[in-house]
Design a binder for this molecule. Structure first.
Ligand SMILES: [Zn+2]
Length: 86
């Protein structure tokens, strides 16, 4: 049991590591890291779930899809920025 708890801790640390990777654009993208982001009916940006810009409409979409469709990261909520190599 203790081993499982330790593994969970490590997984949590890994997640945090991925999030902080946003700050380093030179870091190679993690191919499996494709979180859900949110777009609006009218906007050209994608957002994190809690972003204030999502009050009118909120459409869940995969980050890789959003990037491929030409959406750009919101400068307010700073969603994850990952370029998946398509
Ligand atoms: Zn936003």
């Amino acid at each position: 049991m203790e081993i499982f708890a330790e593994a969970e801790k490590l997984a949590g640390l890994d997640k945090k590591g991925l999030w902080s990777d946003e700050n380093f654009s030179a870091t190679p993208p993690e191919p499996l890291y494709d979180p859900v982001v949110y777009i609006t009916n009218t906007g050209e940006k994608y957002h994190q779930y809690h972003c204030q810009h999502l009050f009118q409409s909120k459409i869940a979409i995969k980050l890789s899809e959003a990037v491929r469709m030409g959406y750009e990261p919101c400068s307010v909520c700073r969603p994850a920025v990952v370029y998946v190599g398509y």
